[in-house]
Design a protein around this ligand. Structure first.
Ligand SMILES: *[C@@H]1O[C@H](CO)[C@@H](O)[C@H](O)[C@H]1NC(C)=O
Ligand SMILES: *[C@@H]1O[C@H](CO)[C@@H](O)[C@H](O)[C@H]1NC(C)=O
Ligand SMILES: *[C@@H]1O[C@H](CO)[C@@H](O)[C@H](O)[C@H]1NC(C)=O
Ligand SMILES: *[C@@H]1O[C@H](CO)[C@@H](O)[C@H](O)[C@H]1NC(C)=O
Ligand SMILES: *[C@@H]1O[C@H](CO)[C@@H](O)[C@H](O)[C@H]1NC(C)=O
Ligand SMILES: *[C@@H]1O[C@H](CO)[C@@H](O)[C@H](O)[C@H]1NC(C)=O
Ligand SMILES: CC(=O)N[C@H]1CO[C@H](CO)[C@@H](O)[C@@H]1O
Length: 401
């Protein structure tokens, strides 16, 4: 405290002059004042109770006035930095718990470090309602924005937060009533198929982790749609004991064939997994992902085309360190049945009530919290922009929003 308080002293008592002729008495008084001020500042800086602080401040300023009026000492209070911080509350809990302004100048390295911080204390000093972070990884505009707006309409903002990572330079143009207003994060170039795609996913995770209330993290693309309403999605995710990251062992050349022996001894072939990049993570796993450097570096170095880090890093890393916390399945429906390197893209003609019902519940049960549920998928891809209109028509009757 010594340096800070001395600066305060210099600042507050910059101009001290005398009218009294008795120099000895003056020195004594100055000594006493500095002593009293030191004690008061000591109390101020060690005080954690606002009310007490307020009281101390009153005493401090009150007595100063007294000395001034009695004519002994002319005290000039002039320290612009201190009052500014008192007004703005530079260490407010609010801005620490959930940054309002998503725009920042942190580098990825700084951002990931901040995002990796985990409170050691178990209890929170506020009522923490778990939020679901919807993270959109997109190149440009979101064609299903009207559908998503309806999905979020009238839902409490205490239950969700939205993050959008678009290509640098692209600006989402929405009005201030939109759920997507000012939800774009600082982005960087993404080259599909390279590690920069996974970097963007990590950047989304890290930005979302800065909000301490975010508990579940779902990655979505511009061609994803929700197939259940918000309350169902919220309950399904926040009550799940597992994350939803698809992770399986594919013995073919598209799976094990992409493994590199250079990853030994840290990653063995038996650890190697494959899965969809469209993950859903609990906060615990999300912190693990942004905190990892070692395995990320191995993938960056040795998982080069035809190996794609976004298809292997997460399924492998989670299987290795968080296996029991993962359901190993995805909650985002996709149709690979037509073969080829890309999944089926659904256009306006494909959108029927039966088709959406089939995605919502096709009759099979899926594991959920050591039990089973008829709900396997909450989201679906890939939809072409033309599908928007028929989907909006089906919305209320089929999907419930
Ligand atoms: C106090 O000192 C300042 C500058 O030294 C001077 O401008 C001001 O008039 C003084 N005030 C009184 C009440 O003496
Ligand atoms: C948000 O932060 C950025 C960068 O720190 C700054 O340029 C911008 O003015 C801030 N916006 C608001 C609304 O405070
Ligand atoms: C954003 O949208 C508004 C209203 O739809 C339009 O007037 C405006 O030109 C758009 N701005 C940009 C930068 O596209
Ligand atoms: C998912 O796989 C991991 C590792 O292979 C396993 O430990 C875990 O039990 C599986 N999860 C479920 C829900 O079966
Ligand atoms: C979508 O509809 C088109 C035209 O009817 C059809 O050719 C295509 O197979 C359908 N796609 C899927 C995935 O069902
Ligand atoms: C229904 O969905 C499950 C989960 O994706 C799948 O395993 C199953 O084959 C599907 N059933 C039918 C009849 O399509
Ligand atoms: C806290 C306190 O006692 N403050 C006093 C300091 O002196 C001024 C001016 O005489 C009083 O008004 C305050 O009550």
């Amino acid at each position: 405290m010594s340096r800070g308080s001395r600066d305060d002293l210099n600042c507050k008592y910059g101009a001290v002059s005398v009218k009294d002729s008795s120099v000895g008495l003056f020195r004594l008084i100055v000594f006493l004042i500095i002593f009293v001020v030191g004690v008061v500042i000591g109390l101020l800086s060690s005080s954690h109770v606002d009310r007490l602080l307020q009281l101390e401040k009153q005493q401090f300023y009150g007595n100063q006035t007294a000395w001034h009026e009695s004519g002994y000492i002319n005290v000039t209070v002039s320290c612009p930095d201190i009052p500014k911080c008192e007004k703005e509350d530079c260490l407010s809990m609010k801005s620490f718990l959930a940054p309002k302004n998503l725009t920042h100048r942190m580098t990825d390295k700084e951002l990931f470090w901040r995002a990796s911080l985990v409170p050691f204390k178990v209890e929170y000093p506020y009522v923490r309602k778990p939020k679901v972070a919807f993270m959109f990884l997109t190149r440009g505009p979101l064609p299903f924005l009207p559908l998503w707006e309806r999905f979020f309409y009238a839902q409490s903002r205490e239950l969700y937060s939205i993050y959008v990572h678009a290509l640098p330079g692209f600006e989402l143009n929405v009005t201030d009533t939109s759920a997507f207003y000012k939800r774009q994060i600082p982005s960087q170039k993404v080259k599909w198929g390279t590690v920069s795609l996974f970097d963007a996913e990590r950047r989304l995770l890290a930005n979302a982790l800065l909000d301490f209330s975010n508990e579940r993290f779902i990655l979505l693309s511009e061609s994803c749609i929700p197939v259940y309403n918000f309350p169902t999605v919220y309950k399904y995710l926040t009550e799940s004991q597992h994350s939803f990251v698809q992770s399986y062992d594919d013995p073919s050349r598209y799976g094990r064939g992409r493994y590199s022996r250079y990853m030994l001894p840290d990653i063995h072939l038996r650890d190697w997994r494959k899965g969809s990049q469209w993950f859903e993570l609990s906060r615990n796993l999300a912190v693990g992902i942004v905190s990892d450097t070692k395995y990320y570096t191995l993938f960056k170095k040795y998982c080069l085309p035809a190996c794609y880090p976004d298809e292997h890093y997460l399924p492998t890393y989670i299987q290795k360190f968080y296996g029991p916390f993962n359901s190993n399945r995805t909650v985002t429906y996709v149709d690979w049945s037509q073969g080829g390197p890309h999944p089926a893209a659904f256009t306006a003609e494909n959108i029927t009530e039966d088709f959406i019902q089939y995605i919502r519940n096709n009759g099979t049960l899926c594991p959920y919290n050591f039990d089973e549920t008829p709900i396997c998928y909450l989201f679906a891809r890939k939809f072409a922009p033309t599908a928007l209109k028929p989907l909006l028509n089906l919305g209320m009757t089929v999907m419930g929003f």
